[in-house]
Ligand binder design. Sequence first.
Ligand SMILES: [Zn+2]
Length: 402
Amino acid sequence: MKDIHFICTYCHKIYSSDHVHPRCDECHEPLEVETVERGTISGGNSLNQTILERYADFSPFVHIDKQLSLGEGFTPLVASPKLSSGLGIKKIFFKNESQNPTWSFKDRGTVFGIQHAIRCGYERIGTVSSGNMAASVAAYGSKAGLRTVILVSATIPMEKLNPISMYGPMVITVDGDYGDIYFRSLDIGKQNGIYFINSDVPFRVEGSKTIAYEICEQMNFETPDYVVVPTSSGGNIRGILKGFEEFKLSGFIDRVPRMICAQASGCSPIYNAYAAKKETISRVDNPETIAHAIENPFPPSGNEVLRKLRIQNGIFVAVSDDEILHAQKKLAEDGIFGQPASAVGLAAVKQLMNRNMVKEDETVVCIITGGGLKYTAVYEKHNLPIFNCSLDNVNSFIAHHA
Ligand SMILES: [Zn+2]
């Protein structure tokens, strides 16, 4: 480990980084690794590098164990002339995080977190998740040969449990929503020697920084006007913003894009607090949205996202399930099939353009957080046409209908 510290995001109390320490003992807000103010991008062959190696100056590790990597990161940034002209915006890009080893952005934070867990001597890791993070931690835990404990809400469908179980962790379904289980896991981890690589632990947030670094490299260091992040716990948007800020301090970019915190209106605690001009979030009762991956009624980094985005003039927005499903189909028709949560970014851009908050001469990057095959139950919402005819009649069928 480099000689770095954790700093409380609210009261700025300083903590040692040589053991797991997700939250401040004084104010209970999340901790983060201190900001890197100067660094460079490693040279060499990016086809043979991990994200930890390429951005080593911006990572907390002196020694990197490549054996813990599954080849995460280095995901495509896809331009969409079709969607940009449809929206009437200058340029729109999609950072396709579904092309990670377990099909979501979570793998970036997991590979950082597991390096730290092993440095600290842990033999057990775990997480609290409704799907994406559980699959990611299970995969990396198995790869590292660590006992892995996954806590999930008892309400999640088998369709989501089986892809987690496949990697061989101990999966435990428990009562309570994601917010309840998260806070209980902090004690469970202490009592059982389990490093819970949860949504907003400092090293997971460090992993999310690499999304920003890659966007900068892929856009030749001309930053977009906005980056839209479908937001649940708040760890990912915090990491992406921190990444842009570190690249600005290091002289790679001139400005930090405005961040857009996009939530589903069926569960939008951060947006709700912003709209009500509150300093802190309140729990959402009875959350319900098609975007299950971001259905977190009490996000542990919600207050910090409010603070940070207010400082940098960011935008908070909530979109309906109809807007999400429409955006999911539009994305798929341009070749990108993301899970409903992934479509929240495009839905947000459309709404913000209609409200004249995002302008036609601006450039936007949307984060596609996870792959569409994660949630196949959504097919029935789309009324997908499939035709049938006899083989002898295919020629005439196509001639009449195609
Ligand atoms: Zn504090």
